[in-house]
Every structure is written in C-alpha cells, then in structure tokens.
Design a protein around this ligand. Sequence first.
Ligand code: CTP
Length: 171
Amino acid sequence: MTSISLPAFCLVALIGASGSGKTTFAHAHFRPGEVLSSDAFRLMVSGDENDQDATHDAFEALYFVARQRLKRGLLTVIDATNVQADARRRIVTLAKEFDVLPVALVLDLPEGVLTERHRARSDRTFGPHVIPQQVMQLRRSLGKLQAEGFRQVTVLHTPEEVETATFTRTR
Ligand code: CTP
C-alpha cells in the first residue's frame, strides 16, 4: 500500500493517460473544490468536455481559478493528462509564482487496462490510437519529473496500487 504524505498547501499535478483513473482518484481523495479538471472546464466553456478546440480556453479558465485558489493558500489539484512537458512546465511555473510545492502524482497503468477501459466508455469521442501515444509520452516523462521541478513524485503502477493508496496531509 502506498501512503502519500502531502503538505496542507501544495499544487498537485495528476499525470496519466486517458482512462488511468485520474478523475476517479481525485474525487476519492480530494474535496470537490480542490480539483480543477480540464474536462470540466472544457464542458464549462464549450458545452462539450470532448471539444478539443476548446482546450486553450478551458485551460485559460482553469489557470485563472487555480491562481485564485493559490492566492488564498488553498491546496489545488490539476486533473489533466499532463503527459506533455509543456503542460507540466506551466504547472511548475505556477507553483514557483506562488512559492508552493509542486507535487506529481502519476498513474502509470498498463496500456491494456487503459485500452480496455477506453473501449467500455461512451463518454470519449477520440479513437483508441490516442492511448498508446499518451502512454509513450508518459513513459518518456517519468525519469524527468524531478528535473522539471516536481519536488515530490509518486508513481502508481497498477489499478490495485491506485485503489489502495492513502493520503495524509501535513502542516
Ligand atoms: N475506471 C474504472 N476503474 C477505475 C477507475 C476508472 O473502470 N478504478 C473507468 C471509469 O469508470 C471511466 C474510465 O475508467 O469510465 C476513466 O476514468 P477516469 O477517472 O475518468 O479517468 P481519467 O484518467 O480521468 O480519464 P480522462 O483523462 O479521459 O478524463
């Protein structure tokens, strides 16, 4: 069982391919207001959580809210795939701006699990080829997260590890 200790005030980046369970995990362990989900912001700005054309505007809105929270000293979770270095750089830069610890929580599940879940979903409009691309991007990223500036990195590798992970918050 993985026990994850988080400072009471930190900026958490969930990192994982589509279907790795980021949103499910976030809702299990964080309070609703703490989790800023790119899908939720896509839905808010465009009416469609799958509308990739709305991605830029959705992230503008997400980052606006993240800043409002960090300004108030509130723990914030960015629920997006974050498999690309550019996306993570933005998070680390934001953490530096508010002098808050950037934390990486990685859901690195087997590709077979992800493609199986993707097949079973009706809420995703993109094709299954996206999953292996994201898995490759994630695997290439794994060894670089500390160097990118994440001060705490936890990698969960199986659905069981994700299911049984526990959190404590320190002062
Ligand atoms: N799922 C599952 N078992 C889990 C976690 C998730 O079967 N332990 C399923 C969910 O029911 C959902 C799909 O996997 O249909 C994706 O879960 P989600 O938490 O939304 O994963 P994300 O990583 O957030 O996916 P996305 O990036 O596409 O939003």
